[in-house]
Design a protein around this ligand. Sequence first.
Ligand code: BGC
Length: 363
Amino acid sequence: MDPTPLKFPPAKLSQRSLEVILENQTPYGSFIASPNFPTYRYCWFRDGSFIAYVMNLVGKHESAARFHNWAATVVNERAIVVQRARAKAQRDELLTSVDYLHTRYSPDGSEVIGEEWPNFQMDGFGTWLWALGEHLTLTGKPLPRAWERAAGLVADYLTELWQHPCYDCWEEYPDKMHPHTLAAIYGGLKAHSRFTAYDHRETMQAIAAFVRKWSSTEGHFVKFIGSNMVDASLLGLATPYRLVEPDDPLMLPTVSHIEQSLAQGGGVHRYSTDSYYGGGEWVLLAGWLGWYYTEVGRYDQAKAMLEWMERQADENGRLPEQVPANLNDPNNYEPWVKRWGPSAKPLLWSHAMYLLLRHYLSL
Ligand code: BGC
């Protein structure tokens, strides 16, 4: 049992979460990852796509649409980047940082200037296509032409580049191939073939075969090809990207490993050697594991995750990115606080995952 006492009434946390998200959606439609944390005052495709999905789940379709419109504009304005990246990849030329779509943009959709960032991350774009598919399903409204145009560009970009190593969803390990990223691309292309005339079967089959062949060891999936560790982001292979079913013979042991090595303290670590802010427990990952549990009928455990998330809210009902509990590497906590201040709070993605889990628990 987690001893952290409640600081904010759980009955009010979903309303508060909604407020935090909507207050930090800019007039452009972008969602600020975390308003009080200077390094996160931008909009990530990954965070934003999950937040938009949750806005659709809770009936805030207009908010979701405004994000998708922002994202589509960002992509359409960079059609040339996509074309150049594809052409270079086809010619086997080395791609450099100017050849990639960025992982995060300024609130108005412009590039972030003057700050180096690990920008080549493909999972967020796969997640965006997946979230567009969900938008269509949850609103029942056809997608605007401009969104379809942007989705086509993203699908072409991912189809061409999926075999390239890139930064993972934690913005690390750029020289590796990550099953989570591949699954996000797979899920994105699958969604895209549902809402357009594109046929992505060949690429999807190739990705799935590649992941099955190279991304597991000792009966479970691994963090990246060549590693034998698990990473909590592997949950994405099943939930939501469905590269495998939640009860797949490789997925079940993967989740057991995540539980044993990353989720013993109540919340969920990203991976066992994570040292970012000492490698604490992530609120959004508790929501993600809970989401997975709801898909395999483990509702009590999903509820326990939700309750753990509720105990991480501060007096103002704000959820952080991570909490410094059961740190993997305590010596690395203070140096990060000195560098960037305390862990990002509120983190919109954490609030979104809280709302998501409540939704899937029918609360
Ligand atoms: C996380 C990313 C996230 C970003 C913004 C990073 O620390 O590793 O997954 O997209 O923060 O929330």
